[in-house]
Design a protein around this ligand. Structure first.
Ligand SMILES: NCc1[nH]cc(CCC(=O)O)c1CC(=O)O
Length: 318
């Protein structure tokens, strides 16, 4: 039975299911603070939980497999009525939702770029021949190796603090992280260089926070509505639509990045193989209000240029 959100303990009370990582906690605290600012007197409670993705930290992400590694337990908590909402990094949110749940709100995007972090070098171009770079993202690996085939990629898992500690231990010459996570955790001083979308396309949804809740929970949806940021929604919807049409899981070498000027959206997309030896790129422009169609059309362009065989090969190995 799907829990009826309207029977929540009090009309002015919201419980947020969240992962326990510092970044997830920051995002949940951000939503709590926004709700408290907009609705004086509201009581917002955090329900920190562990997910499969948090527990299996030693396994390379591409091997853990399965969509929604970091969200399933949170969704169960909402469906069972222990929580009302879950706050996610849009980048980690699967394309499909369980019956009764939906991604109702997309908040304003933080910087969507990747960040180059190193104690020794200021940028990718400064890295010496054969430098060791830490990332577990096939997307980052693919684009880095395309530009610099000499670079050696080593796996890098864990939350942001763990990753920085591994860099500081000397395990890598440099690491690549999402700028948004570092900025939110007040660690932007660690960013040696922002990687432009021209150099490396970000992941779909990178830097944006989304809020999931019961689709029939009108009380909670009304409380959340002011947190919605329409421009971010258009951008993230286009990026996700491209990914969905490509049937991309959460760990595939796919980059997607939408920008809006006036009413016009420009969406760029890329599919590659992990070693960067093959990359298929495309760009499309159109009205921002047609973001889903733009994402699908760009995915179809990439597929017609050969993206399918690249993705099939990646999945066959995973
Ligand atoms: N895959 C983990 C993850 N999910 C969201 C972020 C960063 C913040 C964001 O994109 O909103 C990160 C860390 C990273 O990629 O460095």
């Amino acid at each position: 039975m799907i829990f009826d959100g309207n029977s929540s303990m009090s009309q002015n009370h919201i419980r947020i299911a969240t992962r326990k990582s510092p970044l997830a906690m920051w995002q949940a605290e951000f939503v709590k603070a926004e709700l408290e600012r907009i609705h004086p007197g509201i009581v917002v409670e955090l329900l920190p939980m562990s997910t499969k993705g948090d527990v299996m930290l030693d396994t390379p992400l591409a091997k853990v497999g399965g969509k929604g590694l970091f969200v399933k337990e949170l969704e169960v908590a909402i469906l069972e009525g222990q929580a009302d909402i879950a706050v996610h990094s849009m980048k980690d949110v699967p394309v499909e939702f369980p019956e009764g749940l939906g991604l109702e709100i997309i908040c304003e995007r933080e910087d969507p770029r990747d960040a180059f972090v190193s104690n020794l070098y200021k940028s990718i171009s400064e890295l010496p021949l054969g430098a060791i770079v830490g990332t577990s993202s096939l997307r980052r690996q693919c684009q880095l190796r395309a530009a610099r085939p000499d670079i050696v990629i080593r796996d890098l898992r864990g939350n942001v603090g763990t990753r920085l500690a591994k860099l500081d231990n000397g395990e890598y010459d440099a690491i690549i992280l999402a700028a948004a996570g570092l900025i939110r955790l007040k660690l932007s001083a660690r960013i040696a260089n922002f990687i432009s979308p021209e150099e490396s396309l970000p992941a779909n949804g990178q830097g944006a926070v989304g809020i999931e809740c019961r689709t029939n929970d009108e009380r909670v949806k009304a409380l959340l509505a002011p947190l919605e940021h329409l421009e971010t929604r258009y951008r993230v919807i286009a990026e996700r639509a491209m990914n969905t049409r490509l049937e991309g899981g959460c760990q595939v070498p796919i980059g997607a990045f939408a920008e809006i000027v006036g009413d016009e959206m420009t969406l760029r997309g890329l599919v590659g193989n992990p070693d960067g030896s093959e990359i298929i790129e495309g760009v499309i422009t159109g009205p921002k209000t047609e973001s889903t169609q733009l994402g699908i059309a760009l995915a179809e362009e990439l597929l017609s240029k050969g993206a399918k065989s690249i993705l099939d090969a990646v999945y066959a190995k995973a």
